[in-house]
Design a protein around this ligand. Structure first.
Ligand SMILES: *Cc1c(COP(=O)(O)O)cnc(C)c1O
Length: 363
């Protein structure tokens, strides 16, 4: 607290990211980073940008990251996506923040699941946006009808697959929601869609109220570069751009634009590494199930699992003493679960070998 803080600052409840300890040899399965690293073509493009244009770092980057928007639009051209349908930002967290301010701040409360990405309430606090949480079903799936029956709303947002459950809402259900709410913006946060889900991007050309947000931090393994993007009707994109141009004209630096563009263009690498994560996920789920864990069905690069006889906090503390980090959330409905990022097969194997020791004796 400081007398120099504005009243807004005193009332904020900031998001707390998973820890990034500066300890070597940790098995980090706590922040959904991708174990495989980015496309070599992305790294080469960043190096080229630095080398060939060391001099150009003197100059501001392209304020609209046109090259990157073009590459993203090209990927989805068969669905009618053009650069005017694309917005890019400094991580999808920034894209989300602009979307909350530009598209979700209305008189009626916005709707999102009770168990979801914990940044959403933070943006609501920052921008004074009213919200109402809609409980997920007992099996942690999202029920579209509960949103349709929730009364007037200022917009709807949810991750698909959801975080931190990993549960996927079928595309037909996403469409049913978007179609039934033509007067509300529906934002689908597809941070994990490349790990086995079907993107709603093909729906964009038919639904002017639909905005898809994706990140390059997870499937593209570029969390350190900070690039996220949104795809939607050009009117929605224009709203986001107005906020961006009132906040930071150059959210992406030259290296980010070059690296992200090359990564988007290397679809083969994306597919190959996502498939490797999916294969490891299948093995980890089988191994954890064999140890007695209940694992929610996941379409993401993490799983949410609980052991009916063992306390989640104790398991997490035990694993930590072995140098294995997993994430625990305090929300009442999931405080007996652990969220575990899918690492390499070796990392998942290390986890499976460590777990039995921490399950010895009922507690
Ligand atoms: C990781 C994550 C993001 C943020 O990603 P960045 O692009 O790294 O800011 C957004 N939404 C969800 C649901 C996430 O899990």
């Amino acid at each position: 607290m400081s007398k120099f803080w504005s009243s807004i600052v005193s009332k904020l409840t900031p998001y707390i990211p998973g820890e990034q300890p500066k300890i070597d040899n940790l098995i980090k399965l706590n922040t959904n980073e991708n174990p495989y690293g980015p496309s070599p073509l992305a790294v080469a493009a960043i190096e080229r940008e630095i080398n060939s244009s060391g001099a150009s770092l003197r100059l501001y980057p392209n304020p609209d990251s046109e090259q990157l928007k073009l590459a993203i639009a090209k990927q989805h051209a068969q669905h009618g996506i053009t650069p005017a349908h694309v917005f890019v930002g400094n991580g999808s967290d920034e894209v989300l923040a602009h979307a909350f301010q530009a598209l979700l701040k209305h008189d009626d409360p916005i709707l999102y699941p009770d168990i979801t990405y914990s940044f959403y309430p933070v943006y609501c606090g920052l921008y004074h946006i009213a919200y109402k949480t809609i409980p997920l079903a007992d099996d942690f799936t999202l029920r579209v009808d509960d949103y349709l029956n929730a009364g007037k709303n200022g917009g709807i947002i949810f991750p698909n697959p959801n975080a931190p459950t990993g549960c996927l809402l079928p595309l037909s259900e996403v469409e049913r929601l978007v179609a039934a709410q033509p007067d509300s913006v529906v934002i689908v946060d597809e941070a994990y869609i490349d790990f086995g889900g079907k993107s709603a991007i093909p729906l964009v050309s038919r639904y002017p109220n639909l905005l898809i947000i994706q990140t390059m931090s997870k499937s593209y393994s570029l969390a350190g570069l900070r690039v996220g993007f949104a795809i939607g009707h050009p009117d929605l994109i224009a709203g986001l751009t107005r906020v961006k141009d009132s906040f930071n004209s150059y959210p992406l630096d030259r290296m980010a634009i070059a690296g992200a563009t090359a990564a988007i263009e290397d679809k083969a690498y994306l597919d190959q590494t996502c498939q490797a994560v999916i294969n490891s996920r299948d093995k980890l789920v089988a191994g954890m199930t064999a140890l007695g864990f209940e694992v929610l069905p996941s379409a993401a690069n993490f799983i949410l699992a609980r052991h009916p006889q063992h306390d989640a906090v104790k398991i997490a503390a035990g694993l930590r003493s072995d140098g294995i980090l997993v994430r625990h959330f305090k929300d009442a409905r999931i405080n007996q679960f652990l969220r575990i990022t899918i690492g390499t097969d070796a990392a998942c194997q290390a986890l499976l070998e460590a777990l039995p020791r921490h399950l010895a004796g009922v507690n």
